[in-house]
Every structure is written in C-alpha cells, then in structure tokens.
Design a protein around this ligand. Structure first.
Ligand SMILES: NC(=O)c1ccc[n+]([C@@H]2O[C@H](COP(=O)([O-])OP(=O)(O)OC[C@H]3O[C@@H](n4cnc5c(N)ncnc54)[C@H](O)[C@@H]3O)[C@@H](O)[C@H]2O)c1
Length: 248
C-alpha cells in the first residue's frame, strides 16, 4: 500500500514503541516523516525512515513545553513546507494507589499526556486545515475502564478522547479529521516497565488484560495508519480499541 505517497507526517513519541512503529509504517507507505521525541534516540528512527527511502527529520522536543512545541512545528514546516498527518503518540505511565498519588506525579502525567497532546494539536491545526489533513491521538483502554491505580493516566487518556471529539466536530466542515486509537497490552518499553504499586491486588487488573497474547507496537501503528489514511475518510471523532478483546 502507498496510502501516504506525497504526504508529510509528524509523529510524537517516535523514539520508541508505538510512535517509532508508526513513523516506520507511515514511511513504508510513502510518507516523509518528522520524528519527534523528548529522547535524542529519535534520530535513530529518522535514520530508519531514511533507510526506507523517505525523507525524515528528527526533533528533540518535550511536548509539554509550549514554546518548544511551537518551535518544533515551525521547524517541521520550514523543512517540509506542509503537514498532512499528525500522530500524537508520546506518553508516560505510572501506577499508584489513588489515595497516595502525589501531586507531582498527577501533574506530570496530565502535563505530558493531555496538555502535551493539546499543545501539539493546537500548533498543527492551522497547517492541517491548509491540507485537509488529520490528527490521530493516542488514548488507552485505561480511558474506558478496568484500570485500577491509574487515576492520573486514565484521566489524561479520557481527556484525550474528549479533546479529540471536540476538535473533530469543530473542524469537520473544513475537512480536518481527528480520531483516537485506544491500545491495550502492547509490548513496548512503557508496558514492560509498568509496575503495580505495593500491596495491590493483581485480580483487579484482570479485566484490562488482552484475551490473546500481547502483540508488538506495529499492530497499534497499523490502526493509526488506517485512521490517518483516506481509507478512514468518513471516520472522525471516534476512538478505535486495539486491545486483544480486553474490554470486550
Ligand atoms: N503499550 C501499551 O500497551 C499502551 C497501551 C495504551 C496506550 N499506550 C499509549 O501509547 C503511547 C506510546 O506508548 P508506548 O507503549 O509506545 O511507550 P514507549 O515508552 O515505548 O514510548 C513512549 C515515547 O514517548 C516519549 N515521551 C515521553 N514523554 C515525552 C515528552 N514529554 N515529550 C516528547 N516525547 C515524550 C518517550 O521518550 C518514548 O519514546 C503512549 O501515549 C501510551 O500511553 C500504550
């Protein structure tokens, strides 16, 4: 498939996991890709995109930094001249008992996952309106239920769904689409590093578990690519669960 031939995509969280897999999937389908991450390993992903024969740029940027996001998007436009797809994948996870959740952790998770996604959306919308492009945001099954000890994470991901629906309706008549993917149980560093808080009951997390073995990040990336493509031309303002049946 060459669904992104001639398109420019911006992918956050591109240094690792689902973001990296998304950058590579979009490039495999013809996109030139601006790879964005707070980690300088994002340069490795950009190099992999180039190996696929596509143009790439690497941007070390903290998506929760307002000025940094504005400068990053300006640099992407200066490099490529336009933007067709913005995939907001960057995010962080940590688990705590809600009654012990420190403000610093609540603030950090909301600031990166929700405010960061908003800041990138705000900065890219004018450019996506020019191309009738689209946004794919990354929520989580945590936004939909069955995730104990993830008050901040679940709230941030629920906020992303609400933000996405608002954008979808607000700009629908101008040709801009916005959707969410809600992954669950994808084998990535974020998932591998997840630890339940001390004294937690693993039984309570059972409802969040995929009903089939965990999959790799390329499976979430393929859903993002679908939502970003013209195959999803009539789809806006919705969320697609990719969770191996966990919440089914
Ligand atoms: N893995 C799963 O099972 C799963 C399930 C549901 C949702 N998600 C979501 O998918 C997204 C990607 O997660 P992943 O599993 O690939 O994790 P990952 O840790 O492999 O990748 C996350 C990337 O985000 C980057 N990042 C973190 N904070 C950032 C910031 N402030 N600015 C810019 N980049 C930042 C990290 O450096 C990292 O490269 C996240 O939003 C996560 O919440 C993952």
């Amino acid at each position: 498939m060459n669904r992104f031939e001639g398109k420019i995509a911006l992918v956050t969280g591109a240094a690792s996991g689902i973001g990296r897999a998304t950058a590579l999937r979009l490039a495999q389908e013809g996109a030139d890709v601006a790879c964005v991450d707070v980690s300088d390993k994002v340069a490795d992903t950009a190099a992999e995109v180039e190996k696929l024969g596509r143009a790439a740029s690497a941007h070390v940027c903290d998506i929760s930094d307002e000025a940094g996001v504005a400068a990053m998007v300006a640099a992407v436009i200066a490099r490529f001249g336009k933007l067709d797809v913005a995939a907001n994948v960057a995010g962080v996870l940590r688990a705590d008992h809600t009654h012990q959740l420190a403000m610093e952790h609540w603030d950090r998770i909301l600031r990166i996952n929700l405010t960061g996604t908003f800041l990138v959306c705000r900065a890219v919308i004018p450019h996506l309106l020019a191309t009738k492009g689209c946004i794919v945001n990354t929520s989580s099954t945590a936004a939909l239920g069955s995730h104990p000890w993830m008050a901040a994470y679940a709230a941030s991901k629920g906020g992303i769904i609400a933000l996405t629906k608002t954008i979808a309706v607000e700009y629908v008549k101008q040709g801009l689409r916005a959707n969410c993917v809600c992954p669950g149980g994808v084998a990535t560093p974020l998932h591998g590093q997840f630890r339940m808080p001390k004294g937690s009951d693993p039984e309570l997390l059972r409802g969040a578990m995929p009903l089939v073995p965990y999959v790799g990040p390329e499976h979430a990336a393929s859903v993002i690519a679908f939502l970003a493509s013209d195959d999803a031309k009539y789809i806006t303002g919705t969320e697609v669960r990719a969770d191996g049946g966990a919440l089914s």
